[in-house]
Write a new protein. Structure first.
Length: 287
């Protein structure tokens, strides 16, 4: 597959020339393939938020570049503006950005700014609401009358209504209860499968990214620490722990089983693979 995003020697320094000067991103280079689901993980201050704000032009690099479909997003003002529609960014706690008097109008805000016709806007609102799990019955209600979880779904629908090629979610399940977290992750997975969109998801939850991501990008102190398939990343559990991260609960269990001398793969991270291995062990024990 062809790369849809190319990050080239990206650096970003805050407060240049002041006593508060800080290098948030240091010489990052990686690509994201079209249709890929990339998990972005790292401890607080590792550069995650700074990085994702470069991918649709909200932040301009101190040096280096970001290419979208092979073209620098900073080529000219028109290219930068197009990039902000092509790359949708769902901020952490996006529900605080709702402002219209109805749910429909809030979801329609982005498509309307794109200059689309009313019929197309309506179709996009309905599609996005369906993907995000927003009930059609609430479209004419005030978003401020909804629960916190419903508000978040409305905010997410407002981004995907622009039908971006790439959607970036920054901690989409933060603050949700377990049932809400599982439901929202299922919506994100269904959305990607149905549309073929490229998805990046920033998360502190290793279990979340393990269940969804094709690859994981691990950041540490503004640099890329690891980039690979979940099995490759979780095989380095000791290093993850050294930089302040955890591993999925399944991986933690299988690391312990390995320490106890059982013939299991310590990089196991899915329930399905865990079950296969445990059944194999049971069968080998003659039980």
């Amino acid at each position: 597959m062809a790369a849809i995003i190319e990050v080239r020697d990206l650096c970003h320094t805050y407060s240049v020339g002041t006593p508060f000067e800080h290098d948030a991103i240091k010489h990052m280079e990686f690509t994201v393939e079209k249709g890929e689901f990339l998990g972005v993980i790292g401890h607080t201050g590792s550069g995650k938020s700074t990085l994702i704000q470069h991918l649709n032009g909200l932040l301009k690099p101190t040096s280096g570049d970001v290419l979208l479909g092979g073209e620098s997003i900073w080529k000219d003002k028109q290219t930068t503006r197009r990039a902000r529609f092509r790359v949708g960014l769902v901020f952490q706690y996006p529900e605080y950005q709702l402002f219209e008097d109805t749910v429909f109008k809030d979801i329609a805000f982005g498509p309307k700014n794109m200059g689309l016709k009313e019929d197309e806007i309506r179709q996009r609102v309905l599609r996005a609401a369906g993907f995000a799990g927003v009930d059609a019955a609430v479209l004419e209600k005030s978003p401020f009358d909804l629960s916190g979880g419903q508000k978040r779904r409305v905010a997410i629908a407002g981004v995907i209504a622009m039908e971006p090629e790439i959607v970036i979610f920054d901690e989409p399940t933060a603050g949700l209860d377990p049932a809400g977290r599982v439901s929202l992750l299922e919506n994100i997975r269904a959305y990607q499968k149905a549309t073929g969109a490229t998805v990046l998801m920033v998360s502190h939850s290793m279990d979340d990214v393990a269940a969804l991501a094709d690859r994981l990008l691990v950041l540490n102190e503004g640099r890329i620490e690891m980039l690979g398939a979940p099995s490759e990343v979780f095989a380095r559990a000791e290093r993850l722990q050294e930089i302040g991260l955890t591993v999925p609960q399944v991986t933690s269990l299988f690391l312990r089983l390995k320490e106890l001398g059982l013939p299991v793969d310590p990089a196991t991270y899915t329930l399905e693979d865990a079950l296969r291995q445990l059944l194999r062990l049971k069968g080998g024990a003659g039980c």
